[in-house]
Design a protein around this ligand. Structure first.
Ligand code: DSN
Length: 417
């Protein structure tokens, strides 16, 4: 249908399908959704306005939107053991803004993780709207790569924040959830954690669940959780009303019900035993990537990884900048992103590091043997970035992997091309 009604968009979709199938997606925040999730996204729920919540909507015709939203909520509660869930946030940045506005007043202080130490833009970087409204102060990691909990406690006592915020987009170690809760308790702060990157690992029981320890938990649904692009806020019952009000009408209009339906599907998948196998394999694969890269002379930030990604100082290790590394790996079919390292002396557009994640390649079925092959190609290319022969060899190795491990949702006709 699309092919006939809009050949230009159809062609772009086909090309994107090819790009995704014929390369390895190793941007740590990306994944491949199942055919069932794709199908739910493309349904008539996209036509519907559903302001409000199940059973309490502003417009009529909500018999079936209520079904999918309730399924999404109940499944999320079951996965994470959350007291209250709001599945309407359009994505991660809105989810964080909703959480802040639910419990903070303009000018209130938030203690969040420094961006260059693995934090996220929406955790108080000066370029964001939230940083214009709230007063963010930032904690860092120490030399061992751990969050400096002593510094965090000292800062909390000195700054007396209204909220202590945990969570990250490039930090690779397990957080001490209990410690955050204890420090917050000492200073009377609300606790919030953004689990966008690790939600799938938590759902698959591959790493501990922070939900019991935090007042508010935000996440995206499309990273390791392998759902559609979207966000979600979980909280203690105490904050339920405030979170719902801050979502709608506070920050958003109508929820995107096709996304909500696809969230329900993805959460159903996350409740299956296979998803636990997936999450555990992600951790195993990341460990292989860490060990192989270290053996090839790369410096791993934070001393290694406990989750799905590694942050590598390619500039110090191989004299290659993050931007050069990203471009070089792109040429052999590995998509990663350049990334700042803690207190990076270089600029964000050409930083010292790269971030590499294994969530998506694990979805394609790749295991330790394949990740070893991938690490070898990364080392080959970044070890001698100007050697043209290496590119030919590495590209062939990656292309063979792509052929052997098709991405979910790819049409047979597209694979044949
Ligand atoms: N863009 C996502 C990431 O890469 O971590 C979230 O900002």
């Amino acid at each position: 249908m699309l092919k006939v009604s809009d050949p230009q968009v159809f062609e772009a979709v086909e090309n994107e399908e090819q790009r995704q199938q014929n390369g390895l997606e190793m941007i740590a925040s990306e994944n491949y959704v199942s055919e069932a999730v794709l199908e739910a996204l493309g349904t008539v729920f996209t036509n519907k306005y559903s302001e409000g919540y199940p059973g309490k909507r502003y417009y009529g015709g909500q018999e079936f939107t209520d079904v999918v939203e309730t399924l999404a909520i109940e499944r999320a509660k079951k996965i994470f053991g959350a007291e209250h869930v709001n599945v309407q946030p359009h994505s991660g940045a809105p989810a964080n803004m909703i959480a802040y506005s639910a419990v903070l007043q303009p000018g209130d202080k938030v203690l969040g993780m420094d961006l260059s130490h693995g934090g996220h833009l929406t955790h108080g970087h000066p370029v964001t709207l939230s940083a214009q409204i709230y007063d963010f102060v930032r904690y860092k990691t120490d030399k061992s790569g751990e969050i400096d909990y002593k510094q965090l406690e000292e800062m909390a006592k000195k700054e007396k924040p209204k909220m202590i915020l945990a969570g990250f987009s490039a930090y690779t170690r397990q957080l001490d959830y209990k410690k955050f809760a204890e420090i917050a308790e000492k200073v009377g702060a609300i606790t919030m954690i953004d689990i966008a990157h690790i939600a799938g690992l938590i759902a698959g029981k591959a790493i501990p669940n922070p939900v019991p320890y935090f007042d508010i938990v935000t996440t995206t649904t499309h990273k390791t959780l392998r759902g559609p692009r979207g966000g979600m806020v979980m909280c203690k019952n105490k904050y339920a009303k405030a979170i719902d009000k801050a979502t709608f009408p506070g920050f958003q209009g109508g929820p995107h019900m096709n996304n909500v339906a696809a969230k329900a599907v993805a959460f159903g998948e996350a409740l299956r035993p296979e998803f636990q196998d997936y999450a555990k394999q992600v951790i195993k694969n990341a460990k292989v990537l860490e060990n192989e890269l270290r053996e090839s002379g790369f410096k791993l930030m934070f001393g290694g990884t406990d989750n799905h990604m590694v942050l590598v100082d390619v500039f110090d290790s191989k004299g290659v900048s993050g931007k050069e590394a990203e471009e070089a790996l792109d040429k052999i079919g590995i998509t990663i992103n350049k990334n700042v390292i803690p207190d990076d002396p270089r600029s964000p557009m050409d930083p010292s590091g790269i971030r590499v994640g294994v969530a998506a390649v694990t979805t394609r079925g790749m295991k330790e043997t394949e990740v070893k092959i991938i690490a070898e190609q990364i080392a080959l290319i970044l070890g001698d970035i100007r050697n043209k022969d290496n590119y030919t060899k590495a590209k062939k190795a990656i292309s063979e992997l792509c052929d052997r491990f098709p991405m979910p949702g790819i049409k047979e006709t597209a694979m044949a091309k």
